[in-house]
Design a protein around this ligand. Sequence first.
Ligand SMILES: Nc1ncnc2c1ncn2[C@@H]1O[C@H](COP(=O)(O)OP(=O)(O)OP(=O)(O)O)[C@@H](O)[C@H]1O
Ligand SMILES: [Mg+2]
Length: 367
Amino acid sequence: MKCNRIQIQNFRNIETADVRFGDGVNVLVGANAQGKTNLLEAIFYVAIGKSFRTSHDEDMIRFGADVCEISLDFEDSRREQNLTVRLMAGKRRRIEHNRVRLAKVSEVVGLFRTVLFCPEHLSLVKDGPAERRAFLDVAVSQLYPNYLHSLQTYHQILKQRNGLIRDAETDRKTFNDTVEFWSEQLAHEAAVLSQYRARYLKLLQPAIRACFAEMTDGKEIPDVVYEPSLHGDPEDYEDAAATEARYREKLMSNHEREIAAGSTLWGIHKDDIRIDLNGKPARLFASQGQQRSLALAMKLAEGEICRDICGEVPVFLLDDVFSELDAARRSYLSEKIQGRQVIITSCEPTVTAGHLIRVENGEYREE
Ligand SMILES: Nc1ncnc2c1ncn2[C@@H]1O[C@H](COP(=O)(O)OP(=O)(O)OP(=O)(O)O)[C@@H](O)[C@H]1O
Ligand SMILES: [Mg+2]
């Protein structure tokens, strides 16, 4: 996968930009608040159809402007392609792939494969399970469009089932008549998605361990393990039929508990990933630098799995990745990123060798 060129109008503090990227390491260098992260955000947004900073598209339109446009030229091992997104205040966004409008935003996922790492990813290790589920959803969706499709269906069913539970006190008849139907639908999609997640994490664990072994000379050993809402051995979740039966049973035999709680208590929306370092929960015991290394290793591993499964090395977008890493971890990372296309941001030009792009006040100048 290669990102060749991006043309931007009215995105964040960028009035207009036309930036070309080199094959290897590209370093965006500039002082604070100049537009380094904004450029990564623009690339990520075209690739995934979602920002990593905001869920409000209008936040990304430059203050005072009405229309924002991002056009990305990229190529995979087969052909050159273009993705263009146009955002308009108060209107639906428009996404085109090779000048043909996509009917659904979800169709964009998987065309341009990218792996992003930004300081907020520390939350993967530190914060609640929602961050880790989001990591899984983006990583797996980029590999399997069916996963994303199933996930969207799952959330629609969940919404219906939660509505039913909320109204059960006042309308017990509707609840009794339909709860089985919605529970079965939910159990089916939950089993499909759990199977994907279990398989993905089985690949992720060894990839992260390999990364840590090199980075810390084998001194630190991480565990990154699927923790499904029904608990038990993650391997069991690779059998979707058995998982579906377990979910169905759970969702059909705890109605009073769910009504008291006001929502669905089991399902992939309650899954987590357990992250340990040397056998202890990383959230509680790992240092800031170790937590950062863990989040980074998850991202590097995501890239490796993508390469192994679909034969494409994704483009790495690394925001401010070197800060808080000691010399050994920095040099590991510098070596690791050679030979692949990376777009990295930094305040210091000397952070790592590469094609230098100076960033000043939303303008980009190649050196
Ligand atoms: N919708 C918008 N319109 C105009 N400017 C915006 C918009 N959203 C954000 N900005 C501006 O973009 C600037 C931040 O850019 P960015 O996050 O890319 O900085 P950076 O170069 O990554 O800095 P740092 O080194 O601090 O991370 C801020 O000054 C912010 O005010
Ligand atoms: Mg930044």
